[in-house]
Design a protein around this ligand. Structure first.
Ligand code: NAI
Ligand code: COI
Ligand code: MG
Length: 368
């Protein structure tokens, strides 16, 4: 199979983890006889430094013409004081909107071997398997185009939260369809006791649910959901929510898995179409450049890329199994080690990728 992947490393550890993801994709390509062509471009802070804007039109066009996009993360303290439209993070919003990627899938799977990496009790987290379905191109991160901008020192600032029926309907369908292939339960998270957009959200979710009588639906207010997620996470199967709530709840859910360095994501327009794949985490300025970032979230995002954009199920499975094997054998990155005297073998970014590649090669040998 021949495919074109646009690679957007971004800033901070984004570059470090994306490099590792490509090594894994190259290994899979070599073993399974595929040809992946990469086209790298700058976005975020890197694009600001080089071109004066966080997202160039030509970058968006390149992505539109690709088969998939692999992204690291954007932002960092260097650009924190810039006005809103120049923030590196706006590049991400522009890409998501420009590519029509309204469905963000963030699986939260607790890998058995790293249960002890979670700060929560074993009985709470063991076996957790939640899919967060986050609406990605609406809500308060977008608002109205002509809303103006806050200037430092001004007396007030404004963000607007808008949702249309159609925006909620299409993400509801993604969630109910996903639940059909899982444990058949959807929890819709909103703030319908306060927000008008949430009242619309709840109404539309209920309406779409009529088409899915085989799926159990419950509604939960977001403050309660934040609490339930760490109190009793196994009550959740598919959790569907709007843009900002999904952003926050998925970072919270990473505590169940042991580290945000394990959390992959896929941002999709339509099933089988162009997708963008990125770790849930940001640029981690506190550890950037030290060779200790956990690349597994990105490597698992590469598995999602193969599965959702290229339909390469077996190749995706091989990557996921290799990640599990490496963790089972006790290999860890520093973020997965809670105490100094933890006996687990601690590896850097490149070293743990090399282990994953070793396991991928071994499993390909067994299969051939
Ligand atoms: N998708 C994106 O591009 C995102 C970008 N950001 C940006 O990243 C910058 C830093 O944001 P933070 O709030 O600090 O969030 P962050 O996710 O970058 O880091 C939060 C904490 O998690 C740790 N961490 C994150 N990824 C890790 C990994 N792969 N391995 C080991 N440890 C990891 C970091 O060291 C830090 O202690 C900001 O400029 C923010 O706007 C934040 C979130 C998402
Ligand atoms: C950086 C933001 C645009 C969004 C974010 O934190 C995320 O998508 O996880
Ligand atoms: Mg986030």
């Amino acid at each position: 199979m021949e495919k074109k992947i646009v690679v957007l490393p971004g800033d901070g550890i984004g570059k470090e983890v994306v490099d590792e993801g490509i090594k894994v994709l190259d290994t899979v390509a070599e073993l399974f006889g595929h040809q992946f062509k990469y086209e790298e471009d700058v976005i975020g802070g890197a694009a600001l430094d080089q071109f004066g804007i966080p997202l160039r039109e030509e970058t968006l066009e390149k992505c539109q013409q690709a088969d998939a996009v692999l992204l690291g993360a954007v932002g960092g303290p260097k650009w924190d004081t810039l006005p809103g439209h120049l923030r590196p993070e706006k590049a991400l919003l522009g890409l998501r909107k420009g590519l029509g990627l309204f469905a963000n899938l963030r699986p939260v799977e607790v890998f058995g071997p790293v249960v002890e990496s979670s700060t929560l009790k074993r009985e709470v987290v063991e076996g957790v398997d939640v899919l967060v379905v986050r609406e990605l191109t609406g809500g308060i991160y977008f608002g109205l185009k002509d809303r103006g901008e806050y200037d430092s020192g001004e007396a007030w600032a404004k963000d607007e939260c808008i949702y249309s029926v159609e925006e909620v309907r299409r993400i509801a369908k993604v969630a109910f369809e996903a639940a059909r292939g899982r444990r058949k339960k959807v929890t819709s998270v909103d703030k319908a006791n306060v927000l008008e957009t949430s009242r619309l959200w709840r109404e539309v979710i209920q309406e779409v649910h009529q088409e899915y009588p085989d799926i159990e639906l419950e509604h939960m207010l977001v403050d309660n959901a934040a609490m339930q997620l760490v109190r009793q996470p196994k009550q959740f199967d598919v959790l569907v929510t709007e843009n900002m709530f999904g952003d926050i709840l998925s970072d919270e859910a990473s505590v169940l898995a042991g580290s945000i360095g394990l959390m992959p994501s896929a941002s999709l327009a339509d099933a089988g179409g162009l997708g963008m794949y990125e770790p849930v985490h940001g640029t981690a300025p506190d550890i950037a450049g030290q060779g200790k970032a956990n690349p597994l979230a990105t490597i698992l995002s590469c598995a999602m890329l193969l599965r959702y954009s290229f339909g390469l199920e077996q190749e995706a499975d091989v990557i996921e199994t290799a990640v599990k094997s490496a963790l089972e054998q006790g290999w860890r990155t520093p973020d997965l080690v809670l105490s100094q005297d933890d006996p687990k073998s601690v590896l850097g970014t490149t070293e743990i990728t090399n282990k994953i590649i070793e396991y991928i090669r071994k499993s390909a040998l067994i299969q051939s």
